[in-house]
Design a binder for this molecule. Structure first.
Ligand code: ATP
Length: 251
């Protein structure tokens, strides 16, 4: 089991964004988190990464209770995320954007100054190789020197994923990665997420594009008004009457 959420709740003042939500994600799964606007999906990412502290409940990652651990420590443990709105360093190059992600897990700080220079040089060349390999994975080889803001929308989305992967996560949280994408871009994203899964990385995905979610995910949890409405395989979710009424509709 990679991630275990036990009865987690998050209140913002008088608003209950999440109420007693529990679910587990197994290693290697692509797990979908769906539900209407305001259901609490992004809040779920924010509490998993401890950008917002939990009101109650417990979150375990690879068997360790990570509730209350600082966000950068959670990244170090192997959870990385992307955001609903693209958050790139728009004036930096494609390669620099990925290298920034890799630096966030640099280990050189533990070495004494005598060894630092030599070690850092080796570490930097490893990070450069890693960054180039990730750019190839996301289909951005040859774009290394392009300034990020000059990329097409779908390419920017894929660059965000490369940057998140540069910290070598074991669990990748993707917040509406297909939003605003055309059909070709969505197809490329589908292939990319499958490749990420093949690398042994577990994926938790928030998405409103239902054909995409149903084709991609192994299991799905449905949130509604901050509570878990249902959980199951794509087939089970698509045929769940409560989910159809609350979210999927009959069309
Ligand atoms: P969408 O699909 O529209 O992105 P969502 O399912 O991701 O929606 P959240 O963004 O998690 O929903 O919001 C859940 C509830 O929590 C909403 O009522 C929202 O207004 C509230 N909320 C989220 N973040 C905050 C915050 N920082 N302060 C106050 N209320 C918040």
């Amino acid at each position: 089991m990679v991630l275990e959420l036990k009865k987690i709740s998050k209140n913002f003042g008088g608003i209950s964004a999440l109420t007693d939500v529990s679910f587990t994600i197994n290693e290697g799964e692509i797990f979908g988190l769906i539900g209407p606007n305001g259901a609490g999906k992004t809040t779920m990412f924010n509490v998993i990464t401890n950008m917002f502290p939990l009101t109650s409940g417990e979150i375990s990652f690879l068997g360790e209770n990570i509730s209350g651990i600082k966000p950068h420590k959670i990244t170090d443990k192997g959870i990385c995320r992307t955001y609903q709105n693209i958050r790139l360093f728009s004036q930096m190059t494609v390669l620099e954007n990925v290298l920034v992600g890799g630096h966030s897990r640099s280990k050189s700080g533990v070495f004494s100054s005598v060894f630092r220079t030599k070690f850092q040089r080796k570490e930097e060349s490893v990070m450069l190789e890693n960054a180039k390999e990730l750019l190839e994975l996301v289909g951005l080889s040859g774009f290394e020197d392009v300034v990020a803001e000059n990329l097409a929308y779908g390419q920017q989305r894929r660059l965000e994923i490369a940057r998140a992967l540069s910290s070598s996560p074991k669990l990748l949280l993707l917040d509406e990665p297909a939003a605003g994408m055309n059909e070709t871009e969505t197809d490329d994203l589908f292939t990319l997420i499958k490749k990420v899964q093949k690398r042994g990385i577990t994926v938790l995905l928030i998405e409103h594009d239902m054909p995409f979610v149903m084709k991609l995910c192994d299991r799905i949890t449905v949130l509604n008004f901050g509570k878990k409405l249902a959980e199951g395989t794509p087939d089970e979710i698509q045929n769940n009457q409560e989910v159809i009424e609350a979210y999927l509709g009959t069309e």
